[in-house]
Design a protein around this ligand. Structure first.
Ligand SMILES: C[S@@+](CC[C@H](N)C(=O)[O-])C[C@H]1O[C@@H](n2cnc3c(N)ncnc32)[C@H](O)[C@@H]1O
Length: 551
């Protein structure tokens, strides 16, 4: 059945687009474009070109993005399980390019789930700097955390918080912030018919209010001289140019900067936002019928022409002009002077084995009591369906828990020496038996709902360290003492991904001559890590987690 567009939406687009309207409507007769983005944390773009199983055509605005042909199923290839690419709608690759992330940046992805843009940010950081990735939906952060692990991200903290709470802990902290805002989703109707069906429920007015609130809080978290990229996947000027103009009126320290690759896109429609503004001020008919309703909106504030005019430098991605879905992108640069990253207090990484918490296999019962504001607490590792628990971290001085932290040190160091060729370079966080490497300190997570305080590297139970799946997926083959290579075009690779035990002769366990074959083995597909196995006497016990298996 043909896509049913909401009549009110069609009417508004006709009013706005004029002569362009027919070509816009024709785009709904075409299939949406499929894309993949190479995960350069695991493979270089060039190396992927040599092994690609699909025909690739470059996406003009993203150097690591490619169109794949209709009918291609990139999710059904072992390379997907090795985290070599992320399946992403082509237009959705543009906002992170506009953010211009550099290794060493401190980046916040505020509305991040399921994490497409966060994986792109992580790739741009190349393991250097900090990514705090957050979503307000607890359910959606599960996919976000999983994506951070699948794509081998080592320097991300995953939060499930409100922007207000994050701002309390991270005032003036980030030099790059992405706001991929919740919106009415009009640009996705072609790709996701449910969005079109649900559109009446997504009031443009409600979204615009939410976006303006979020942007206001974001301003508090940005360091002087930093950059915010605001993006939506909707066409409504109320949620795009006007939300930006409202923000600019309240934050004279920001200016709209044209996108570096603006030639690929259409300019922002400051004229449409002005039209909306006139109608709002006059209290006459709305453009959309769902537009901002002055009479019922006490918080309505007129917007200045100067701010509206600036939005002409933002960008619109139109499905009838590019090969991608509808998006809006605005780059907001803070006009203050940036401070050198090294001067920031958070950059006090201490990779030594010191733990602020005593070694326990599980949080003690007493630690599970509800936290109070002045305690050093963070809420963490809320497994699916379980209610969130509050934990209290009894921070002890290094001297008071010296022996216990030493024993944990020994446990981790012993595993590292035996199984890895790796130098740990971030802060250690130990929580409930789980060990993390984090780009920030435990102190900075005080009072926040934390899904992952960093790179989950393993668990300690009964004095034994068990490496996590997330450790394996982030390793290069050279970082494990033993590895086994499986070929992507063999049933063996699929069998491993299905969780089956494999028969592997001793000579296939790649290792240095002084390393015995028995033990943990990093399983790789065509040279790229996918998980752990345990080799013993010709058999490879499969450690690929149940929830990740090929079905
Ligand atoms: C457009 S989606 C994000 C897509 C994501 N950036 C990606 O590339 O995969 C918007 C997200 O914002 C989240 N969200 C809504 N309101 C929020 C708020 N106030 N703070 C943080 N996240 C919010 C939603 O749960 C949703 O996951």
């Amino acid at each position: 059945m043909a896509l049913q567009l909401p009549p009110l939406f069609v009417q508004r687009m006709q009013d706005l687009l004029g002569d362009e309207f027919q070509s816009f409507m024709d785009s709904y007769q075409q299939s949406p474009h499929a894309g993949i983005r190479i995960n350069t944390l695991k493979i270089t773009d060039q190396d992927f070109q040599h092994i690609t199983p699909f025909a690739l055509r470059p996406i003009p605005w993203c150097p690591t993005g490619y169109y794949v042909e209709e009918g291609t199923r990139p999710g059904k290839h072992p390379y997907y399980h090795a985290g070599l690419y992320y399946i992403q709608e082509p237009s959705a690759m543009a906002p992170v390019e506009a953010l211009d992330v550099q290794p060493g940046d401190r980046v916040l992805d505020l509305c991040a789930a399921p994490g497409g843009k966060s994986t792109q940010i992580a790739a741009a950081l190349q393991g250097q700097g900090i990514l705090v990735t957050n979503d307000i939906s607890a359910d959606r952060t599960k996919a976000l955390a999983k994506n951070m692990e699948l794509y081998g991200v080592r320097n991300a903290v995953v939060l499930n918080e409100t922007p207000e709470h994050i701002a309390e802990q991270f005032a003036g902290f980030f030099n790059k912030i992405l706001v991929d805002a919740p919106c009415s989703g009009e640009g996705m109707f072609r790709k996701d018919e449910d969005m079109a069906r649900q559109w009446v429920n997504h009031s443009v007015e409600r979204c615009a209010m939410m976006q303006q609130d979020i942007l206001n809080i974001v301003a508090k978290m940005l360091a002087p001289g930093g950059r915010v990229v605001y993006s939506t996947c909707t066409f409504a000027p109320e949620e795009n140019e006007r939300s930006i103009a409202v923000f600019l009126d309240q934050h004279a320290e920001f200016q709209v900067t044209p996108l570096q690759n603006a030639e690929h896109f259409a300019p922002g429609h400051s004229d449409w936002a002005q039209q909306v503004e006139h109608e709002l001020q006059a209290g006459t008919s709305m453009l959309s019928g769902t537009a901002l309703d002055v009479d019922h909106n006490e918080s309505y504030q007129p917007v200045s022409t100067a701010s509206l005019e600036q939005t002409a430098h933002s960008a619109r991605l139109w499905p009838h002009l590019i090969e991608g879905e509808g998006h809006y992108i605005c780059v907001l640069d803070h006009q203050g002077e940036a401070e050198p990253v090294a001067n920031h207090p958070v950059m006090n990484i201490n990779p030594q084995f010191t733990f602020s918490k005593t070694y326990t296999d599980k949080p003690k019962r007493a630690e599970k009591r509800p936290s109070t504001k002045d305690q050093h607490d963070w809420k963490s590792d809320r497994r699916s369906g379980k209610k969130s628990k509050d934990y209290r971290s009894d921070a002890k001085t290094p001297s008071s828990d010296h022996n216990e932290s030493l024993s944990m040190t020994e446990v981790i160091q012993e595993f590292t020496d035996r199984e890895l060729n790796l130098v740990w370079s971030q802060n250690w966080i130990h929580f409930g038996g789980r060990i993390y490497q984090s780009p920030i300190t435990e102190q900075q997570l005080k009072g926040l709902k934390v899904v992952r305080p960093g790179w989950f590297v393993g668990t300690i139970k009964n004095g034994r360290f068990t490496p996590s799946h997330a450790l394996a997926t982030a390793l290069q083959t050279t970082e494990a003492k033993r590895c086994i290579q499986l070929q992507s075009n063999t049933t063996e690779a699929i069998s491993y991904l299905k969780g089956e035990t494999l028969t592997i002769e001793e000579q296939r366990v790649e290792r240095a001559t002084d390393i015995p074959p028995k033990g943990y083995v990093l399983v790789c597909i065509d040279g790229y890590s996918v998980g752990w196995g345990k080799w013993l006497e010709g058999m490879l016990k499969n450690e690929y987690p149940a929830g990740w298996r090929w079905t």
